[in-house]
Design a protein around this ligand. Structure first.
Ligand SMILES: Nc1ncnc2c1ncn2[C@@H]1O[C@H](COP(=O)(O)OP(=O)(O)OP(=O)(O)O)[C@@H](O)[C@H]1O
Length: 649
């Protein structure tokens, strides 16, 4: 409770060294695991074997940063650099739960992002080590996991499916077979106390699912499926009530003690009980260290701030005391810390870990042990299969998902059927105009319907970013999964829509050509939607960009302005338009250039509708252009998704 006394270490320790007695002897744990030859876990002193599977217990890893300075271009003036971290040095001993605290804007999240290798821009100097190695992005990917503040989960999966989905994406077949993955997931469900909601869907704002606290635990669980040795958490308790945040912190503490995970978490204002699960503290203010060391005990933070004249009333919440103290402008905390014994102790600790890296290097061990020990991740095909297995199967059961992709096409087909019934059976001037116009709209509509793809692509963007950052799959696997998912649905709906129009209107050409043109245009439209979704910041921007492209496409596809009349400056544009090729393929397929001449051309002679509009090429050649454009748009979409990152990192 907030009113309780916080005098001594809650785990009976007396400072940094003092709580060692209550911590799990991780070396002993690892030895036990090796002897047993199985994956062992100690819960309340008892050894537990899970599923009889073979996975070595891993020792937790220390992390340290020395002289870390990080600058970015100022938001308001790109010529200026802003220093967000200023000469930060701190040690994060193995198997401890470290709190990163400070007033709002102190640089906590920045430090967490920098340490976890997630910063995508800015200028970084200083050293970061993990274990006895430099903390390269590749090394961190093998041993660390990051839990973001906001839950990015798939709403339609149950808790168990969510954990299995992540386990399949993150654990390679060579290292862990299905049974082992299941054993890991069952253990996580147990450890995270998710048994009561294991078959409940995650849910969203629109569909009721698990509670906020359970969602947080699932979010942590998906990071733990790889059994990381370092866990970064960005404000794990934010938005939770004090009881739920306490329970969550206890679970995290347990992972730290039993599974040997080093935890580094930014935290705002936890309850006293939740805060007692931490044992180290790094405080920042304006990017500078204002305290680094043990949280509780005689040489802890309370004793340190007491020496500066800030007395902690035991009836208060210690975390609130630290935050309000740090916010005070009466003391230059960074300077005071540099002059303190605590700074010297921190410096020595950092040196110890950096020295291990240097010693390893001096011993000629330049190959990363972390990389060598890294479990094999699933390959490209395996990742695509997992995405289809968990995401597409759910999407196909979602009426809204299918409705958005099918409804419009079928309604348009029905309307065209009634408007142009039997129109293709004659070749009069009127029917030539009507059928060619109908075929034009038959290609415009699937292009316009691609707007239906935008919301789902944009909504799952945070999930995509997280899964890419977690190394779940390469971007191309995601693109492949998306194409298969959309193309499979489009295959059936385009077949049905084309059948309706072909038979009712009385089209004459090869049905396959009409269908391939429709399907191809539909897929090109999806490709354009992917590009818009990649470059647009939000749904509003995407909804503004896509219609501009489509209107420009409609204007220049040959019906509204004949091909021969396109102004010189625009002549490059029509050859890039898939609606144009779709229309041309279907018009040539229907009339076969054998329609009776009914239109007066510029030179006074009578020509058929194909020559009147200046339609070029055979049906096959036009189809070839559509499919070439499909690949071009997919290629552009992949490049745009990789290059444009709408994330404030
Ligand atoms: N490009 C930039 N130009 C200017 N200031 C920036 C820029 N990027 C980040 N900042 C500032 O850097 C500071 C550190 O941000 P950070 O998110 O790390 O703080 P924080 O301690 O996690 O804050 P909070 O507790 O509010 O989340 C903030 O004041 C932020 O506004």
């Amino acid at each position: 409770m907030d009113g309780e006394k916080i005098r001594a270490s809650p785990r009976g320790g007396t400072g940094d060294g003092g709580d060692a007695a209550t911590r799990v002897d991780v070396d002993a744990l690892e030895r036990a695991a090796l002897v047993a030859g199985g994956w062992t876990a100690r819960v309340d002193g008892a050894r537990r074997e899970v599923g009889g599977t073979v996975t070595r217990a891993k020792a937790p890893l220390a992390m340290a940063v020395r002289g870390l300075t990080y600058e970015v271009r100022a938001r308001d003036d790109a010529t200026k650099m802003v220093r967000l971290l200023d000469d930060v040095s701190a040690a994060f001993p193995p198997g401890r739960v470290c709190a990163l605290m400070g007033p709002s804007g102190a640089g906590k999240t920045t430090l967490l992002d920098v340490m976890s290798g997630r910063k995508t821009r800015g200028c970084l100097t200083g050293q970061i080590v993990v274990g006895a190695e430099p903390a390269t992005k590749a090394a961190l990917k093998t041993c660390a996991a990051y839990v973001e503040q906001f839950d990015t989960l798939l709403p339609s999966l149950t808790v168990r499916e969510t954990l299995m989905y992540q386990a399949e994406l993150k654990r390679g077949a060579g290292e862990s077979d299905m049974r082992e993955r299941e054993a890991i997931v069952e253990k996580l469900i147990d450890d995270l106390r998710l048994s009561s909601c294991v078959d409940v869907i995650v849910g969203s704002a629109l569909s009721r699912g698990i509670s906020g606290g359970q969602a947080k635990r699932v979010n942590i669980g998906i990071s733990l499926v790889t059994r990381p040795r370092v866990l970064f958490l960005d404000e794990p308790t934010s938005g939770l009530d004090s009881q739920t945040s306490y329970e969550l912190m206890r679970v995290i503490r347990k992972f730290c003690d039993i599974d040997g995970v080093t935890v580094i978490a930014t935290i705002h204002s936890p309850s006293s009980e939740a805060f007692r699960q931490f044992d180290r503290l790094l405080m920042l203010k304006s990017g500078k260290v204002t305290y680094a060391g043990p949280l509780f005990g005689e040489e802890g933070a309370e004793a340190y701030f007491y020496t500066l004249g800030y007395y902690f009333d035991p009836n208060d919440n210690f975390a609130d005391f630290l935050i309000s103290t740090a916010a005070s402008n009466e003391t230059d905390f960074a300077r005071e810390f540099k002059a303190s014994f605590h700074h010297k102790r921190n410096r020595d600790e950092v040196r110890k870990y950096i020295r291990e890296v240097i010693a390893r290097k001096d011993a000629g061990k330049t190959r990363s042990q972390l990389l060598a020990d890294a479990p094999k991740r699933p390959g490209f095909l395996s990742a695509v299969w997992t995405l289809l297995k968990y995401r597409t199967t759910r999407n196909y059961r979602d009426v809204q998902f299918l409705g958005a992709r099918c409804g419009g096409h079928l309604i348009f087909a029905a309307v065209l059927a009634t408007m142009y019934y039997d129109e293709g059976k004659t070749m009069t001037l009127e029917s030539q105009i009507n059928v060619s116009s109908m075929l034009f709209m038959n290609n415009v509509l699937p292009a316009l319907a691609a707007g239906a793809y935008l919301p789902s692509i944009l909504m799952e963007r945070p999930l995509l970013y997280r899964e890419l950052d977690d190394g779940c799959y390469p971007l191309l696997a995601y693109v492949a999964y998306k194409v298969i998912e959309e193309a499979t649905a489009a295959f059936f709906v385009s077949l049905l829509a084309t059948s309706i129009v072909y038979t009712t209107v009385g089209l004459r050409g090869n049905f396959l050509v009409d269908w391939l043109a429709y399907f191809g245009v539909q897929q090109c439209g999806a490709g354009v939607a992917y590009v818009c979704a990649a470059i647009a910041r939000d749904v509003d921007a995407a909804n503004a960009i896509l219609p501009i492209y489509n209107v420009l496409q409609i204007l220049f596809s040959g019906l509204l302005l004949h091909n021969d009349d396109v102004p010189k400056g625009w002549s490059w544009w029509p050859p890039t338009l898939f609606v144009r090729y779709g229309w041309q393929a279907q018009v040539v397929n229907h009339f076969k250039r054998s329609e009776p001449p009914a239109f007066l051309s510029d030179d006074g002679s009578l020509v058929g509708v194909i020559d009147y509009y200046g339609i070029q090429g055979t049906a096959r050649a036009n189809l070839a252009f559509i499919y070439a454009l499909w690949f071009a748009w997919l290629f552009l979409a992949a490049i745009a998704t990789a290059a444009v990152r709408h994330q404030n990192r």
